[in-house]
Design a protein around this ligand. Structure first.
Ligand SMILES: [Zn+2]
Length: 296
């Protein structure tokens, strides 16, 4: 399979209609002047203020604001080198918000405004506090192995490229016997869709009974020398069983781990995957945005 992410064809690029920053800021309004917005006061030296152009009307056959996380499998197939892109990008990240679930004992996610235009400040600035293993995130080897690699040292192609979503029917754990059914190849990027995706992400309370990779499954993935694994709740190992063993088997084998994916809108199959953790120096993990699109 040819990895086309670095060389997207013109047909793909032509579908990207990203609004400029100014258009995002002032969507659905007439472009304000710098004087109206006060933006001239925060222009960086050498940056000329730009007059935003009106946002183009969407074509009549497309919905104006389809949420990407709920994209249906109705996009026309597009040829992309030796692969065919079947869907648009699907967001498999969990929204970060106050009150959301977090691992027991970890710091909760919290966002609040330290400056707020609605309170008379010139701009709005948010402060976020969270543990780095909250929501969709990645584990670095350092998470369980002292002096091992931190998250900022992850090679980018670990989590960018072809991937496979595997549906797991087992309601408790992902073990060796379950994995042996799937002809797993070395260097694969694997995302495991379990009952967690449809059951747990709409709950703010932590659920101890999530489906996890048990020690036998982790050992098998290490033997198969896969490149990366992703799971659809907050830990690749269990809450009462194999938390340490599973992490050690995977991270110790050089397999990077994505946790906290929501795969409820994704069918099993072949995808292009992009997941980039924040570049937090010396950190054992980091929040990440994860997206994928189906290919054949
Ligand atoms: Zn983690």
């Amino acid at each position: 399979m040819i990895d086309t992410l670095n060389n997207p064809p013109a047909s793909t690029l032509s579908t990207l209609r990203l609004p400029s920053r100014a258009q995002v800021l002032f969507r659905d309004t007439n472009p304000p002047t710098p004087r109206q917005t006060g933006l001239s006061a925060i222009q960086e030296p050498g940056c000329e203020p730009k007059t935003p152009e009106p946002e183009p009307e969407p074509p009549p056959d497309e919905p104006a604001h389809t949420p990407i996380s709920h994209a249906k499998f109705t996009f026309p197939a597009r040829q992309s080198g030796s692969i065919t892109v079947v869907t648009d990008w699907i967001d498999v990240s969990v929204p970060l918000r106050n009150g959301m679930v977090h691992w027991p004992g970890d710091p909760p996610y919290r966002i609040h405004h330290v400056h707020d235009q609605k309170k008379g400040d010139a701009c709005t600035v948010s402060q976020v506090t969270m543990g780095v293993h909250t929501g969709t995130h990645m584990d670095a080897p350092l998470h369980f192995i002292e002096d091992a690699q931190s998250i900022d040292l992850m090679p980018l192609d670990t989590t960018v490229g072809p991937a496979r979503v595997i549906a797991i029917d087992h309601g408790t754990s992902i073990g060796r016997a379950e994995l042996e059914k799937h002809q797993i190849e070395p260097n694969e990027r694997l995302l495991f869709k379990t009952a967690n995706s449809g059951r747990l992400w709409n709950k703010d309370a932590f659920d101890e009974n999530f489906v996890f990779i048990d020690a036998s499954g982790a050992d098998y993935l290490a033997e198969r020398a896969v490149r990366m694994v992703g799971v659809d709740y907050l830990s690749v190992g269990g809450f009462r069983q194999d938390a340490v063993e599973t992490h050690l088997a995977l991270l110790g084998a050089g397999i990077w781990v994505v946790e906290g994916l929501d795969l409820s809108h994704v069918a099993p199959g072949r995808y292009e995957f992009v997941c980039l953790p924040l570049k937090l120096v010396d950190s054992d993990g980091a929040p990440a945005r994860a997206i994928l699109r189906s290919v054949v």
